[in-house]
Design a protein around this ligand. Structure first.
Ligand SMILES: Nc1nc2c(ncn2[C@@H]2O[C@H](COP(=O)(O)OP(=O)(O)OP(=O)(O)O)[C@@H](O)[C@H]2O)c(=O)[nH]1
Ligand SMILES: [Mg+2]
Length: 302
């Protein structure tokens, strides 16, 4: 299955639901807006944002003299694309090593995403190194090592239970010594409590900065699309501590809840860099607002 179709099949539930509401030629009565609201909320766009979107839609329908539900639907999609378009590209390479810190709560797909990113960079002929900064979870180091072997990335690790900031430091030194282009640090998603996790990330961040002023160049927050509105809370917590530069939304192949992308883009104005659409190494796409909205809301004929 192609990547776009995989994204589409994941999000198809939202699409058919909305399609069935506006597919028939209705007038813009309150019922029309209410059905649309239900559909947006159930796509995990969130209540407040759904109402915002519908307010904007009402205004624009009036301004632009839209008369058919088909036109209204196209307008709705346009509004959402505008909302998802957050342009804040990271600086281009160099400096070297380009340091990427990958963060997020446990199980969202951080390590898998690290592997997928490595493949992308390797295809661009960049020399990639992993730092196994998750020393907390049993098996985490080994899991990352498998991804290193699979993608040809170099691999720096200590032992389970080692100080994560010390691993980050080692990896940074190794990357400098070996002329690595991209150093990707895979962090732990769970510690005994949130405070520990935040302290640890803070320490890693400080060690990096002390060592190279520009590091980390990117802090990528991985969000699991299937968790719904909890994603907002997670982004809040991480963004408070670290300056999150990009979002990666995973598991979009298995959810009807793609609306979380809109809620995140609107609330944090952080660009969505990539989306994950499967467990394989190739299942990572650049985020494109237009195809995303198309996959989610499709055409009326569909
Ligand atoms: N369907 C699907 N599964 C994914 C995707 N990304 C990751 N997964 C799966 O999600 C599970 C957890 O992935 P990991 O990469 O280990 O997640 P993590 O955030 O590193 O987890 P911790 O290290 O425990 O915090 C694995 O079974 C992955 O195969 C995706 O885009 N789609
Ligand atoms: Mg992991």
């Amino acid at each position: 299955m192609g990547l776009i179709s995989r994204l589409k099949s994941g999000l198809s539930k939202t699409r058919s639901q909305i399609g069935s509401i506006v597919g028939v030629n209705r007038t813009f009565d309150e019922e029309f807006y209410e059905s649309l609201e239900d559909a947006l909320v159930s796509a995990d766009i969130g209540m407040d944002l759904s109402l915002d979107i519908l307010d904007t839609l009402r205004e624009r329908i009036a301004q632009e003299g839209v008369t058919t539900t088909g036109e209204a639907y196209a307008l709705l999609k346009k509004i959402m694309v505008e909302m998802l378009t957050v342009t804040k590209e990271p600086d281009e390479f160099p400096p070297k090593p380009w340091v990427i810190l990958v963060v997020g709560v446990n199980g969202v797909g951080k390590t898998t995403t690290v592997g997928k990113l490595a493949r992308e960079y390797a295809l661009e002929q960049r020399k990639v190194m992993f730092g196994a900064v998750d020393t907390f979870r049993a098996g985490a180091i080994e899991q990352l090592k498998v991804w290193a072997e699979r993608t040809g990335a170099e691999f720096i690790a200590q032992h389970e239970g080692a100080d994560p900031a010390s691993v980050a430091f080692d990896a940074l030194e190794a990357a400098k010594a070996r002329g690595t282009d991209v150093l990707i640090l895979d962090t732990a998603g769970r510690l005994h409590n949130k405070k520990n996790l935040m302290n640890e990330l803070d320490k890693i961040n400080r060690v990096l900065k002390r060592n190279i002023a520009h590091a980390p160049n990117e802090v990528l927050l991985v969000i699991d699309a299937t968790i719904g509105q909890n994603a907002i809370k997670q982004a809040e917590v991480f963004n408070e501590l670290l300056e999150v530069t990009g979002l990666i939304i995973t598991k979009l192949d298995g959810t009807a809840k793609g609306g979380i992308a809109l809620a995140l883009a609107k609330k944090f104005a952080i660009p969505i860099r990539k989306i994950g659409v499967g467990e394989g190494v190739e299942d990572l796409q650049n985020f494109d607002a237009e195809s995303y909205v198309d996959a989610m809301f499709g055409d009326l004929q569909e």
